[in-house]
Design a protein. Sequence first.
Length: 125
Amino acid sequence: MQPNDTFEIIRRFNQAFLEHDPAILEDLVAPDCVMESIQPAPDGTRTEGYEACLAFWQALAADPVAWFDVEETVAMGDRATIRWRFNFGDGGSIRGVNLMRVRDGRIVEALGYSKSPGRSAPLPE
């Protein structure tokens, strides 16, 4: 797979959320896909398999109130990184990143991480 192939798959993945078009996702998810969402912190939720990953992402893409701003997408071989801001629709938002892996034109791994409010790590004195 060429980097441009990975970039195109991830471009279409992002498009599903930007256009609130969950149908785009149907041909992008691998049967053995593994996804880790950002919530609940600190470890998120692990979702496995085509049906479960597709259902999660389609529900997110179909939400008419919330939306994503894609800040940057970088593809390297079979991997890609997406930096994003998720807007809740009520004025709140959260920033995060997805680490993606593509095989044979489909997403096989999507690991989500976010900046979240909470305690700061103690700084060394």
